[in-house]
Design a protein around this ligand. Structure first.
Ligand code: DNO
Length: 402
């Protein structure tokens, strides 16, 4: 696998030199300075690419082209935004960026309630706490009908939680949930999020899936024409937030997309952390089934709790069986090589990292600290090297038998 690293551009406190010191060879980035749905020109893309290449790295994945909310509702100015999306795609393809990640989450992109959750190791992780989220949704945002989305027990716990929070704690919770995490597309105030949730009021899972499929039917042929592969990122977390539809959360969701749009460009960002936050997602089975259409990989781990809460674990701990997953992905690379596929090597990146060691107290992008990710990559690289050394085909056979 190509060892990738997410870079937010020249303002990222983790520099391209740091990336090389971490041992990554490939950069995952986007034009974060033009992130409102406007089209990226080929020139914009080439300028960004030159920065990456000047550091002797290669830009192998665009994560992400932003997908404007109107595309998800298919109302208002969606036509203009789909055209801009296609223009950006063409600019990326013509500049030689082979893979594009995107998501179809409504209103909020990836979401956590706590950004500095103290771990037993004394490091810090990101956490999604269900009771805190419900407390915000029902009691702070006061979304209409929110109570009916949650069981009694959780509502009681949410009341208790809110009662224990002071104004600062409530405002931090609100900021964490709605003000947008790095790379995310949903940046809101209390008023704007209410308005945007309302825009989705007539859209259920079925309608949302139809809108995603309609979008894919338009962009996949363009991707094919310019030699780009698309990887839809799963919902994070992979269940409904704010009562809104989420349609990239399970293997059934993935199958529906494959069945609807039969193009080699239509594929997945296989994110073990996002899919892994649901107990009914079998990560290894998903990797094996989706393998031919996995175009990009995020490797990270979560520890789940019974009420749906989770926190980000060490890369090799938590729910995901990282060794077998990597064997499955490397076996797919092997299969592609035998088939002569140009995209035989899949780019992975160590997704998120704890805040540890000298990063504690420094300004870091939530989830995107240097040292935590460096440690994650080192551990994952160790597995890859062992698999390579021992031979992926024999390991894949025995891993399949287990
Ligand atoms: C978070 C990331 C997301 C992801 C987008 C993909 O760490 O996984 O921001 O990039 O949802 O479009």
């Amino acid at each position: 696998m190509k060892q990738g690293w997410r870079w937010y551009g020249p303002d990222d406190p983790v520099t391209l030199d740091h990336v090389r010191q971490a041992g990554a060879t490939d950069i995952v980035t986007a034009l974060h300075h033009i992130y409102d749905g406007r089209a990226w020109t080929r020139d914009d893309v080439l300028k960004h690419k030159a920065l990456v290449e000047a550091a002797n790295l290669s830009w192998s994945v665009c994560e992400s082209i932003p997908t404007h909310s109107s595309i998800k509702t298919r109302t208002g100015p969606y036509r203009k935004y789909i055209d801009a999306w296609k223009d950006s795609l063409v600019s990326l393809g013509k500049a030689g960026i082979p893979t594009v990640c995107y998501n179809f989450m409504p209103v909020v992109d990836w979401t956590r309630t706590e950004l500095s959750y103290r771990l037993p190791t004394t490091g810090y992780a990101l956490r999604f706490d269900m009771a805190d989220f419900v407390a915000y949704d029902v009691l702070v945002l006061k979304r209409r009908g929110a109570e009916s989305n949650y069981p009694e027990k959780l509502l009681r716990e949410a009341h208790r939680r809110l009662a224990s929070m002071n104004e600062t704690a409530i405002s931090n919770l609100e900021k964490n949930i709605i003000a947008g995490l790095p790379g995310g597309e949903g940046i809101h105030t209390r008023e704007s999020i209410r308005a945007e949730i309302d825009e989705f009021s007539s859209i259920d899972d079925h309608a949302m899936r139809e809108n995603l499929i309609a979008f894919l039917k338009e962009v996949a042929p363009v991707a094919e024409a310019v030699g780009v592969r698309l990887g839809v990122h799963p919902d994070d977390p992979p269940f409904s937030l704010f009562g809104l539809p989420r349609v990239v959360s399970t293997i059934a969701d993935c199958r529906a997309l494959l069945a609807a749009v039969n193009s080699p460009a239509n594929g997945f960002t296989y994110c073990t952390g996002s899919y892994g936050a649901r107990a009914d997602n079998n990560l290894l089975a998903m990797a094996r089934e989706l393998a031919p259409r996995i175009h990009f990989v995020h490797l990270r781990n979560v520890t789940r709790e019974p009420d749906g809460s989770f926190y980000e674990a060490e890369h090799l701990e938590g729910e995901a069986d990282m060794v077998r997953i990597i064997i499955a992905l490397m076996a797919e690379e092997d299969r592609r090589r035998r088939e002569g596929r140009a995209d035989a090597q899949i780019t992975m990146r160590p997704d998120h990292g704890h805040v540890i060691v000298d990063d504690i107290g420094k300004k870091t992008n939530p989830g995107y600290s240097c040292i935590g990710r460096l440690k994650g990559l080192a551990e994952l690289r160790g597995i890859m090297r062992a698999v390579e050394t021992l031979g992926v085909s024999s390991l894949a056979r025995s891993a399949a038998a287990i």
